[in-house]
Design a protein around this ligand. Structure first.
Ligand SMILES: Nc1nc2c(c(CN[C@H]3C=C[C@H](O)[C@@H]3O)cn2[C@@H]2O[C@H](COP(=O)(O)O)[C@@H](O)[C@H]2O)c(=O)[nH]1
Length: 341
């Protein structure tokens, strides 16, 4: 059976053949120049994963790794049909939305004595228990709760049967290779197989698998078993926020026809031609921004390959998108209900 192209090779092929999503060379350069002075800021650093996000685990521990595995197994589809009617989770006096509502619900469960990060627990959770743990503090539930239940049972069972119930086993098996860990995850956990067909080629994005490797690297602070020598081989994570911010910053552009569909809030299916173009071009665009950033530093005699990679660029752009929601409201996200992002 023909193998899938890697996310990077997929992105190159998609960008070269895309018709409704276009990269803006000048925009890419402008973004790289604007980021030049940001690279040394904490928002662009590995340590920012903990210091800037109170819901993330702060310790370097097996529990932190299993927290990351649970979160990234469920890290998909938080957008709401109406901006003013969405799932919110209150935790320690603060309201969280979107992705952070997932983390808040998990921490709320742990504080309440529910062992939600234990595979032995979530492998056999009932739908009612999942509804309770991920309950919203508004009348809008977290999207795709039934899929989340199915994936929890499936993933927990596999982790128990093949890896002793801990994602730390997978991390150790990866022998400090991000690509090896990515392969272990995709080969063993079906819900992470974020793949499509584009112009006859089998392409992959592996958004949740790649962010799982990245968040594991971050939780372990790039040390010990998390000292991935090839972390720079990962691409950005093709979600629905990165495209939005790339268009907002002028690095990427949609055709009039696609922009009209997005503005109308038309739902796409995972694997649709235009959805694949949005995701593939986003990955390729961020790769070009990284390359240009490194080039700018090289011209100043500095090798910044340790400080500039797709993971840190992604974290920066994603957090930027979260903090600039108002400025970006003219750029619609693409609407897909799926388990991949
Ligand atoms: N590309 C990319 N996509 C990311 C993340 C994260 C969370 N990572 C943070 C956590 C710790 C680190 O510090 C990261 O900052 C979630 N998502 C995706 O976004 C969407 C949710 O968006 P909203 O509805 O606005 O909450 C959804 O598809 C979700 O899968 C990321 O980092 N990069």
């Amino acid at each position: 059976m023909e193998a899938f192209l890697s996310p990077k090779d997929s992105a190159k092929f998609i960008a070269e053949n895309s018709q409704d999503v276009l990269l803006e060379e000048e925009g890419v350069k402008k973004v790289a120049e604007a980021l030049f002075d940001k690279v040394s800021a904490k928002e662009f650093s590995l340590s920012g994963w903990k210091s800037l996000h109170e819901l993330n685990p702060q310790a370097v521990s097996d529990d932190a790794v299993n927290w990351v595995f649970l979160v990234d197994t469920l890290n998909f589809s938080f957008w709401s049909e109406q901006e003013d009617r969405k799932c919110l989770v209150k935790y320690r006096g603060k309201m969280y939305s979107g992705y952070w509502s997932l983390c808040a619900a998990i921490n709320r469960a742990l504080d309440g004595g529910i062992p939600i990060t234990s595979a032995a627990y979530y492998a056999t959770m009932t739908l009612e228990q999942v509804r309770h743990v991920f309950r919203s503090d508004t009348d809008v539930p977290m999207p795709l709760i039934e899929e989340r239940h199915r994936i929890l049972n499936e993933t927990g069972t596999i982790l128990l049967e093949k890896f002793g119930g801990s994602f730390v086993t997978c991390v150790k098996m990866s022998e400090k290779s991000a690509q090896k860990l990515l392969r272990i995850v995709v080969e063993n956990f079906p819900s992470y197989r974020d793949e499509a067909t584009f112009k006859g080629k089998k392409v992959s994005f592996y958004k949740r698998a790649q962010i799982l490797v990245a968040d594991t690297w971050s939780a372990l602070e790039g040390k010990g078993d998390g000292c991935f020598g090839d972390i720079s081989s990962l691409t950005v994570f093709a979600d629905y926020r990165i495209p939005q911010v790339l268009v907002h910053l002028g690095a990427m552009r949609y055709s009039d026809e696609l922009m009209r569909k997005l503005r109308e809030g038309i739902m796409f299916q995972s694997g649709d031609k235009q959805e694949v173009e949005i995701r593939g071009c986003s990955i390729w665009c961020c790769g070009l921004i990284c390359d240009h950033l490194l080039e700018l530093y090289k011209k100043k005699g500095q090798n910044m390959s340790e400080r500039v990679n797709a993971v840190l660029l992604d974290y920066y752009l994603w957090d930027y998108a979260r903090d600039h929601r108002e400025d970006m409201k003219e750029i619609p996200i693409h609407r897909v209900r799926c388990i991949y992002y």
